[in-house]
Design a binder for this molecule. Structure first.
Ligand SMILES: CC(C)(COP(=O)(O)OP(=O)(O)OC[C@H]1O[C@@H](n2cnc3c(N)ncnc32)[C@H](O)[C@@H]1OP(=O)(O)O)[C@@H](O)C(=O)NCCC(=O)NCCS
Length: 191
């Protein structure tokens, strides 16, 4: 039987905007903000650079193929300005998810992502019964590191040469957010 909760759209207000499902009419804004090497620099190559309308179409088709999509749009004053996502683990990793996010450069440095992560984290945890959220940030990505520190993530270690993008070898910090109180319940439910 389908779990009705899973079908609820992921719509999360935050101070100044909201996080909501991507729609095909976001394509133009998506390309405008995403087609920027400074945005792509520390992201996975699933986020291409240059970023084209075809890339946006592929992304939307991928999300549509998922029962409960892993990525959402960030909207501020009616404008689509970035994205946030949780890639959920499976099997022994089902209690955990990997957090990722990006914002158009015009919106950097205004506290947006700090507010977004604070807002979506508790909703994601309840929605998927998570007890751990992992996030990777390149050691040179000072903004992302600060976002994670400010939202309660703990720096757990350094992964040397974890990524190579655009010829740049990137060390990454791994950050974890663990809800110790939920762990026992989640573990019991997973027996
Ligand atoms: C990383 C990113 C999401 C940060 O979002 P943001 O909304 O600009 O971050 P905030 O405004 O909430 O800033 C959080 C903190 O980081 C600091 N910060 C932001 N950008 C910074 C930068 N480039 N260098 C140093 N500190 C920075 C802010 O000053 C703030 O710290 P403070 O409160 O101690 O002053 C944004 O820069 C981005 O989208 N970058 C490209 C994509 C990316 O790298 N995604 C993350 C991959 S792990």
């Amino acid at each position: 039987m389908e779990d009705a909760r899973i079908r609820q759209p992921f719509v999360v207000p935050f101070d100044g905007g909201c996080v909501r499902p991507w729609a095909s009419d976001d394509a133009e804004a998506m390309v405008r903000h995403a087609d920027n090497p400074r945005v792509a620099r520390f992201l996975s190559m699933r986020f291409p650079s240059p970023y084209t309308r075809e890339d946006a179409a592929r992304w939307f088709a991928f999300l549509q193929s998922q029962d409960d999509p892993e990525g959402w749009a960030i909207e501020i004053e009616g404008a689509t300005v970035g994205g946030v996502g949780f890639r959920r683990g499976e099997g022994e990793f089902a209690h955990s998810a990997e957090l990722g996010y990006w914002l158009g450069e015009a919106y950097w440095g205004r506290g947006v992502m700090t507010r977004v992560v604070r807002a979506v984290l508790p909703v994601a945890i309840r929605r998927w019964g998570l007890a751990r959220v992992t996030a990777y940030a390149a050691t040179a990505n000072h903004g992302s590191i600060r976002v994670l520190e400010k939202t309660g993530f703990v720096r757990e270690g350094t992964l040397r040469a974890r990524a190579i993008r655009g010829g740049e070898v990137q060390d990454h910090f791994v950050f974890g957010w663990v809800d110790e109180a939920r762990l026992a319940d989640v573990a019991a439910a997973c027996r």
